[in-house]
Design a protein. Structure first.
Length: 321
């Protein structure tokens, strides 16, 4: 059964929904697309939240915060970075290990990573709520608000999901290479997974350079942010390239050569994204904690975590396979 570019089914005349069960090919195609769309929703929110937190560190009143609050903001930034690492990891695994082939293992990995990524997001949200509420109310009230939001997030994201969980239908794993049009659609979907958040992060990076707090940074921090700005800009260029090449060079037609070109850009883009995030983690931690050593450690842990999830683990799995 054919689908349009949004993944919606195109039903032929006289088609009855009951003719296509979850065990059929069309059901598997639709169910394999859903996790990527859900991950796209999660990663967009995570990257935008990362940009907001980074931008907040350069606001005028940030220096007036107690050290504990500044440390919480820095911790929240790292937790959101960890969530981003988990959410992008399945896409890199699918592209590097499976080479774009359909695999139930990748779908399971998407589910695991999405579920795991929600925990650091919930903790970061609670920390940010404490810092924000602490500016308006007493500390006990701020702690209560942060704890309430964390509990609500756990209830909505995990409690409801576990209570509603049904027995999974057993699907046969498939290592077959999908049709060319499905491979092209999946490639473009993986590019769309990352690019909105990267574009938003680039915008936050640009606005930070216009603040007085940025002007007061030491020279090495400004150089690090300039390098991070270039890295995120390169990420956006790489992620926009597949759509451009597909439309201009191939007139929107599916082609095996396009898959090779597009895969290169999609696999290469997270490398510059990882470096950009790590460099800005160094800048943000240095300003928030007023400690060069802490900033270097946070940046080092960030680059190891990101590259480990996005490249080292998939390449290790590919070598074993």
């Amino acid at each position: 059964m054919e689908t349009d570019r949004t993944g919606a089914l195109i039903r032929p005349p006289g088609f009855a929904p009951e003719q296509c069960s979850l065990a059929s090919t069309c059901g598997l195609n639709v169910s394999s697309r859903l996790p990527w769309g859900e991950s796209r929703l999660l990663i967009l929110g995570s990257q935008v939240l990362f940009g907001f937190q980074f931008n907040g560190i350069f606001q005028q009143r940030f220096d007036a915060l107690p050290f504990a609050s500044r440390a919480f903001v820095c911790a929240g930034l790292f937790l959101i970075m960890l969530a981003i690492a988990l959410l992008i990891a399945p896409s890199m695994d699918h592209r590097i290990v499976e080479r774009g082939r359909d695999s139930r293992r990748v779908l399971v990995l998407v589910t695991i990573c999405a579920g795991a990524a929600l925990l650091p997001v919930a903790v970061a949200l609670a920390l940010d709520m404490f810092v924000a509420m602490g500016r308006m109310v007493s500390s006990p009230v701020a702690i209560g608000a942060a704890g309430s939001f964390f509990a609500l997030a756990m209830l909505c994201w995990y409690g409801v999901a576990l209570a509603s969980k049904r027995k999974e239908r057993v699907m046969q794993d498939s290592e077959k290479t999908p049709p060319l049009d499905a491979q092209v659609e999946q490639l473009l979907t993986e590019a769309r997974l990352i690019i909105p958040g990267a574009q938003a992060l680039l915008g936050f990076q640009l606005t930070v350079t216009l603040t007085q707090a940025f002007a007061d940074l030491p020279a090495q921090a400004k150089i690090a942010h300039a390098a991070a700005l270039c890295c995120i800009g390169l990420t956006v260029i790489f992620l926009m390239a597949p759509a451009s090449v597909h439309r201009i060079a191939f007139s929107g037609q599916d082609d095996a050569d396009f898959l090779k070109i597009g895969s290169f850009f999609v696999v290469a883009a997270p490398a510059s994204l990882a470096l950009g995030i790590a460099l800005d983690a160094y800048v943000a931690a240095g300003r928030a904690l007023q400690s060069e050593a802490a900033a270097i450690v946070l940046a080092a842990v960030s680059i190891v975590a990101l590259l480990g999830c996005w490249y080292v683990f998939p390449l290790w799995r590919r070598a074993r396979a």
